[in-house]
Design a protein around this ligand. Structure first.
Ligand SMILES: C[S@@+](CC[C@H](N)C(=O)[O-])C[C@H]1O[C@@H](n2cnc3c(N)ncnc32)[C@H](O)[C@@H]1O
Length: 246
């Protein structure tokens, strides 16, 4: 299940784009790229967990210099093999600690990937690492779900997010530790497969404290990339913190 490439090794990388097709659709990609291009302004952008380049490649296509940090060589290889992939530099390593060359105007971590860091310490380290890469006034953007604890009655620990004839997806929560797992069951040609990825769920206010520990303060919080207001009913947020000048 897990090797040096983490949870996104060769078998996952081979089908990542197809299995995340909704997230590659223009209506999912373009609003994010627009916001990030504006935040980059004339500067450089750093994507943590750059994957196969879903966001990095169209952002680079808009003339922004993009660099990625990525644990999985298999995912990075897919990025490099795509048209324009040679323009996106990739540092192989853990985005909680790996250093990419140079200074950036914007760092970003999308598609719930902050939750791939499964301890609070690692998430705090990630904020500190991003801050170390940013110029004063630079921004850090996180797109992540709001933990769905309101869907859990006492005694229940699973929240289904997809239920179909050949596919079942459900998240499990441990509310004592904030440990979470995303579970995927598939049935193809009568054969079943199961994949589980560990996460640590994290609250918006907790992220604000992590940002403060790293010398950043909240600039914007929206429900999504369109800039819709973040409310008590929002199930996702896009948050932007700004590095305070030293
Ligand atoms: C859900 S995918 C998102 C990929 C891409 N950002 C996108 O939006 O399509 C998460 C990516 O983060 C990478 N990743 C997870 N934990 C990481 C870590 N600690 N350091 C570096 N990369 C990591 C995974 O290998 C994977 O490529």
């Amino acid at each position: 299940m897990i090797d040096d490439d983490g949870y996104f090794g060769e078998s996952v990388a081979a089908t990542y784009d197809e299995s995340s097709a909704d997230m590659f659709a223009p209506d999912a990609v373009e609003p994010a790229v627009k916001v990030l291009a504006e935040l980059a302004d004339a500067g450089r952008a750093l994507e943590l967990g750059v994957g196969t380049g879903r966001i990095a490649l169209p952002l680079a296509g808009r003339g922004v210099e993009v660099h990625g940090i990525e644990l999985s060589r298999a995912m990075a290889d897919r990025l490099r093999a795509k048209p324009g992939g040679e323009a996106v530099g990739v540092t192989i390593g853990d985005f909680a600690s790996a250093r990419a060359p140079g200074t950036f105007s914007v760092g970003y971590l999308v598609f719930n990937t902050i939750m791939n860091l499964t301890t609070q310490d690692a998430q705090v380290d990630c904020f500190r690492n991003v801050a170390a890469h940013l110029a004063p006034g630079g921004t850090f953007v996180v797109e992540v779900m709001v933990p769905q604890l309101r869907k859990l009655p006492p005694g229940q620990n699973a929240v289904p997010f997809y239920v179909g004839a050949n596919r079942l997806g459900f998240d499990t929560y441990d509310v004592a530790t904030q440990a979470m797992a995303s579970n995927h069951v598939r049935v193809e040609d009568g054969r079943g497969s199961f994949r589980t990825i560990p996460f640590r769920y994290v609250w918006p206010a907790e992220l604000d404290l992590m940002a403060r520990l790293a010398g950043m303060r909240l600039r914007d919080r929206w429900e999504d990339w369109s800039g819709a207001p973040f409310t008590s009913e929002s199930e996702t947020h896009v948050s932007v913190w700004e590095k305070v000048a030293d």
